[in-house]
Design a protein around this ligand. Sequence first.
Ligand SMILES: [Zn+2]
Length: 261
Amino acid sequence: MPSRDVWRSLERLVRRVNAAAPDSVEAFDRVGVSCVGPVDEQAGTVSPPYVPAWNSFALREHLEELTERPVTLASAGAAAAEAERRVGEARETSNYLFVVADATVDSACIVNGRRIRGAHGNAGAIAHVTVDTDGLACWCGSTGCLEPYLSSIALETEMNRPLRRANPSTIERAGIMLGRAIASMCATVDIDTVFVTGGVIDAFGDELLDVARRELLTRTRLPNLDGLRLIEPVEHIGSLLRAVALTVPLGEPITRSATAR
Ligand SMILES: [Zn+2]
């Protein structure tokens, strides 16, 4: 992600990939795009934190003009959740939360086989659930959100060093806060599985997940939440495939030609 001229760089990239497509690859007929939240699925705009130039940026309209194809836009969490049930490990469950802990925290929720969307497409986002009433400042303007405890940008800024050199106390704190946010979400939407993935999980591993599971156990005492699973998917689904998943109806296979480009 370049720090400036973000759209121009993306436009150049799309043109280049399109021009380089071999004849053997079928021309694409639709476009999927995901962006870290918050998004506005209705308006087709994105406002990723840390990219000031993209405040309510009309990404869908720009891409539709550029590609002359219909564009489906959703949050990064939504794309990840949709991909996981098409080509990943969520094929057997219809009630789950999918959390991506990366530069920022993004998530989405599938309930009764449908992704809940909300007014703008951000339903199921746990990044700004309050996990500490007297907590760290968040980029959103509030304090005590999950985001500053679990996003790599926030953690690296706070520690002034890379994630892999984090203190055990920082990892434990991240696990506790993640467990709290998930517990609140699960009590609200009555789901049975939570998937977590992303760069922060890669860096902190079981040290974080074990703490999160412990916290989750102590905070989910309702009988309907017995057996709630917190899992890290074994196979990583890349962001391009996740974006493709947004354009493919459930039950329709994702073929290689759909992802070759
Ligand atoms: Zn926040």
